[in-house]
Design a protein around this ligand. Structure first.
Ligand SMILES: [Fe+2]
Ligand SMILES: [Fe+2]
Length: 273
């Protein structure tokens, strides 16, 4: 089983650049092309929030049209830049989102199942898991304790060392979240977005992995007073492959094509007579 994770697309209305600089709609289109040409093809795509930059209907319409080009299912969780009502209006017809309330869901795939959680805290950049979402998670994990599970949530629940992002991490509900994950060793991975960088940590008895963005990246400044800014480092995404006997293996892939491949062992040139 192969799962592609893309994150933080920050799609904007046509012709608008995110933060006046980042061509996020073009980046999103390039990311979809990169997913479409993967061999082997992923079984599904999970998008870990900040699908749009402002939660506008036209932003979701653009995104839904892009995702419709992919042959595999695409599952989306909400980020702080998303808005529940417009997200649900655009993606609700796909059938996996609840009709009302918070956007928590379970995808009953095998061998790995996926729980998506809604950490959107309206009016805040930071994240919150409300009691409703935590109960949803505990029930979902309790229903299948033997099945390896990925839990997807937009906001990372740990301190990573980039001060301005740490101040808007998962702030509310993080301890209860950790206790639930700790009690469920079938959680192979907690996957997040939000920080626009690839970061991994041991957390609550599992691995918590932050995906890079398929658009702009947060500047790598590991200080508490790091400036809140971004760089146009290469857009990237994650591939999570389930391998029997190993578990869930995570690879980072790049959206842009690179020169190659070149063989390590080229055929020897014919001997000159
Ligand atoms: Fe983001
Ligand atoms: Fe975010």
């Amino acid at each position: 089983m192969l799962i592609a994770q893309i994150s933080d697309l920050h799609v904007r209305p046509a012709g608008v650049l995110a933060y006046g600089v980042s061509e996020t709609n073009a980046y999103a289109e390039q990311a979809v092309h990169a997913l479409a040409r993967l061999q082997p093809a992923p079984d599904l795509v999970i998008v870990t929030g900040d699908l749009t930059d402002a939660g506008l209907p036209e932003e979701y319409a653009f995104l839904a049209g892009l995702f419709d080009r992919l042959p595999m299912p695409v599952y989306c969780i909400a980020g702080n830049h998303d808005r529940r009502a417009t997200l649900r209006a655009a993606l609700g017809p796909k059938g996996y989102l609840p009709a009302e309330g918070r956007l928590d869901f379970v995808i009953e795939t095998r061998p790995v199942r996926i729980v998506g959680l809604d950490s959107l805290w309206e009016g805040h950049g930071a994240g919150r898991l409300e009691p409703e979402s935590l109960t949803f998670l505990a029930d979902a994990l309790g229903a299948a304790p033997e099945v390896p599970t990925i839990v997807a949530v937009h906001h990372p629940p740990f301190v990573c060392g980039i001060g301005h992002m740490d101040r808007i991490r998962l702030l509310d509900g993080a301890e209860h979240f950790a206790a639930i994950v700790e009690a469920n060793p079938q959680v192979e991975r907690v996957i997040t977005g939000h920080h626009h960088r690839p970061v991994a940590v041991r957390w609550a008895g599992t691995i918590c992995q932050i995906a890079p963005s398929v658009a702009h990246q947060v500047t790598l400044t590991l200080t508490p007073d790091a400036a809140s800014d971004f760089v146009l480092e290469p857009p990237a995404f994650l591939l999570h492959k389930w391998i029997e006997g190993t578990g869930l293996v995570t690879h980072q892939a790049y959206v842009q094509r690179a020169p190659g491949p070149f063989p390590f062992f080229a055929p020897k040139p014919a001997a000159v007579e």
